[in-house]
Design a binder for this molecule. Structure first.
Ligand SMILES: Cc1ncc(COP(=O)(O)OP(=O)(O)O)c(N)n1
Ligand SMILES: Cc1nc(C(=O)O)sc1CCOP(=O)(O)O
Ligand SMILES: [Mg+2]
Length: 364
């Protein structure tokens, strides 16, 4: 494939003429440039080590496929000033309405260029065309990860308090407790009750929906996509053995939140790949709410904080006495149950934890 003249032998490509070289050259440049813009944002704008690494994988894959084409004839065929397309430029190409618009435009540029490379490579070598196709598929997954991370980072405040509650003794006391948490401006309330029958659980979810509607407090249901859908919850939280992110989304529809529990750095990375909106990271400390045999502890929090910018909530035994250890490793979002639900003054505990997270160490 490196000799354009030979390509015309044996009836392989119909033409490896100058127009084909020009197309390959232009599309290769477009793909690399689009990818670089996205990588720069993720690297310098987001400081996201994991996404930067994932994007690098595509860049290397693209580079090694492009190496199958000789560079010299591609560059020789270049005729930037004779390219009719350079003078046909829409006004929209000169402005971007924000980061999301900028990223979307560059993912589109990348994908269109990869498609063009793929189609034109079919005239030359099917295997090379297939390699561009694989790159295009990879770019779709990367777009999902990057766009979800960027949107989710804006959705949850940098300092967030997430409270898990059960259904309580009765509907009235449940509603009163929820009102206390909403007044304390907790950022998320998760209804997690493994004992209630479905109808009672749904009634609690509906009551939670009523109290949180129109407030800054988001409502999440633990495990149950079906009840989340019926009650109009903002989202669902799932564990490693429950429905997958895409399965939950297929039940809830677009625009809802899906959180995933993670207990290792690999699970956290996979949750980003799967397009989760946030992750729970734990267990951090021994918990009175749930029994665990192993504790990844603050070391896992540190690892996640060091490479992932998708919102991550530290969970497991967190209370005002140990929350500084969480903040110290760079996590400023926490999910708590017992320390708030058993407190004499839940609002004061929420406030104490918020203060500690706000004044904690840098880079959450
Ligand atoms: C915010 C948050 N993080 C982790 C969990 C735990 O979910 P899971 O592992 O599915 O365990 P159960 O809660 O279902 O017992 C969570 N609920 N919320
Ligand atoms: C339900 C749950 N999941 C965890 C995990 O690590 O996945 S820790 C946990 C219990 C959270 O309650 P508390 O704040 O009372 O410890
Ligand atoms: Mg679960």
């Amino acid at each position: 494939m490196t000799d354009p003249d030979n390509l015309n032998d044996g009836g392989l490509p119909p033409t490896m003429d100058i127009s084909l070289w020009r197309t390959l050259d232009a599309s290769a440049n477009r793909a690399s440039e689009g990818l670089r813009v996205i990588e720069d944002y993720v690297r310098y704008g987001q400081n996201d080590v994991f996404l930067t690494t994932e994007l690098k994988t595509l860049r290397h894959q693209l580079d090694s496929t492009l190496q199958k084409f000789e560079r010299a004839p591609a560059i020789q065929s270049r005729d930037t000033f004779g390219d009719v397309g350079t003078s046909v430029q829409g006004k929209l190409e000169q402005t971007r309405s924000g980061w999301a618009d900028l990223l979307t435009a560059n993912f589109k540029r990348l994908q269109q260029a990869l498609r063009s490379l793929e189609e034109h490579a079919k005239l030359v070598d099917g295997e090379v065309a297939a390699s561009f196709e694989r790159g295009r598929y990879l770019s779709y997954s990367l777009e999902k990860m990057v766009m979800t991370t960027v949107a989710a980072s804006q959705l949850f405040p940098q300092v967030s308090i997430y409270v898990l509650i059960d259904g309580g003794d009765d509907g009235h006391s449940f509603d009163t407790f929820v009102a206390t948490l909403v007044d304390a401006e907790v950022d998320v309330i998760q209804l997690r009750d493994k004992k209630l029958d479905d109808r009672t659980l749904l009634a609690r979810a509906q009551s939670l929906r009523k109290r949180t509607a129109g407030t800054s407090t988001k409502m999440i249901l633990n495990d149950r996509a079906d009840l989340a859908k019926v009650s109009g919850a903002d989202g669902v939280h799932v564990g490693q053995e429950e429905l997958t992110v895409s399965q939950v989304r297929s039940v809830l529809g677009a625009g809802k939140l899906v959180g995933v529990s993670t207990h290792s750095i690999d699970q956290a990375r996979q949750a980003v790949r799967d397009g989760a909106d946030y992750i729970g990271i734990g267990p951090t400390f021994p918990s009175g709410t749930k029994n665990f045999e192993a504790f990844p502890g603050v070391e896992l929090l540190r690892e996640v904080a060091g490479e992932i910018t998708l919102p991550g909530f530290a969970i497991g035994g967190i209370d005002p006495s140990n929350i500084a250890e969480v903040a110290a490793v760079g996590i400023r979002r926490v999910a708590v149950a017992g320390s708030v639900t058993t407190a004499v003054d839940p609002g004061a505990v929420v406030q104490a934890m918020r203060t500690c997270l706000s004044t904690g160490s840098e880079n959450s």
